[in-house]
Design a protein around this ligand. Structure first.
Ligand code: CP
Length: 327
């Protein structure tokens, strides 16, 4: 039977949690940082979650999130179990909720849930007694992605932001398929709570004006805003959510062709050169190189993309430690 979800015992979304908890998680992640962006693996840290069983329930594909949750749990001494849709009894028709209840009954102490269905993590949290962490639910939210985005951004910019995680005075652009993006929703929530001005940019079908209710500005003119940005988060076109079976359609929503999309919204080398001195480039991954971002930019000196991935392990360690009561 479903029960009310106490969000303090889970991490389902950033929209409904306060700035203080976000900063607390980021500071905890920083306490695990060896100074080079990797976990400081001392004996005390390695045994923090010993005896705990962390279960990855990934009903949608993932590389970064699943690997870094597994590494994060292992770094803290927890055991990790991985379940995917294919190869589990979900393939025989068992529901996600029955699957989660079963994994809890088998001894799972925390459930990391990825699903294509918005609200899946919240639904599961209303049926189990252990912490549930949303690892991405459809177009709703991807809270740990945004924690790692803020961590990587604040650390790269420095000047005290790496300690306070205060983003006041910064303008962050999020460019691309915002309407399909759970990352964008979580980034808007986290970054605006931390004081940043957030501008979402894309063709109107991907960046509708209605996004403004989330607290961001909306523009369809990347060239008009590129010079104002302190950071840009490039997003891929989520072909799998546009009914094209995951294949690149000849024309992305809202533009006449991929070529036109690139000319207006890709972070090409020449467009990146028009960014402010010191402005940084981000991408949550996976990237479509040569479409929304050029390889010379994603691999270039402004890029934080690898640092974002490394920060993922740190922030996921912090979330597991917080929710499993180790910090
Ligand atoms: N950013 C992100 O969620 O990547 P994965 O789909 O590889 O986990």
């Amino acid at each position: 039977m479903a029960h009310t979800v106490d969000h303090s015992k889970h991490l389902i979304e950033l929209a409904s949690i306060d700035r203080e908890r976000i900063v607390g998680l980021l500071k905890l992640a920083r306490s695990y940082d060896d100074g080079a962006g990797m976990p400081r693996l001392d004996t005390a840290l390695r045994s923090k979650l010993s005896g705990k069983n962390v279960c990855n329930l990934f009903f949608e594909d993932s590389t970064r999130t699943r690997v870094s949750f597994s590494l994060a749990a292992g770094n803290l001494g927890a055991t990790v179990t991985n379940l995917t849709g294919a190869g589990s009894s979900v393939a025989k028709g068992e529901s996600l909720i029955d699957t989660a209840v079963t994994v809890e009954a088998a001894g799972g102490h925390a459930l990391i849930v990825r699903s294509g269905a918005p609200g899946a993590a919240q639904s599961i949290a209303s049926h189990v007694g252990v912490p549930v962490i949303n690892a991405g639910d459809g177009t709703h939210e991807h809270p740990t992605q945004s924690l790692l985005d803020v961590y990587a951004l604040a650390t790269a910019l420095g000047g005290g932001r790496e300690e306070s995680f205060d983003l006041s005075g910064l303008t962050v652009g999020i460019v691309g398929d915002i309407a399909s993006s759970r990352v964008a929703r979580s980034d808007i929530a986290a970054m605006t709570k931390l004081g940043a001005r957030v501008v979402c940019v894309g063709p109107v079908q991907m960046a509708p004006k209605s996004l403004g209710v989330l607290g961001c500005e909306v523009s369809s003119d990347l060239d008009g805003v590129i010079g104002e940005l302190d950071a840009v988060q490039m997003l891929r076109i989520q072909f799998e959510r546009h009914g094209s079976g995951g294949k690149k359609p000849s024309s992305p929503p809202g533009v006449g062709s991929v070529r036109e999309y690139r000319s207006l919204y890709a972070l090409t080398e020449s467009r990146a050169e028009r960014m402010k001195s010191g402005a940084v480039v981000m991408h949550p991954g996976p990237m479509n190189r040569g479409l929304e971002i050029d390889g010379v930019v994603s691999d270039g000196p402004r890029s934080l993309i690898r640092k974002q991935v490394s920060a993922g392990t740190l922030v996921r360690m912090a979330v597991l430690a917080e929710l499993l009561g180790a910090d």
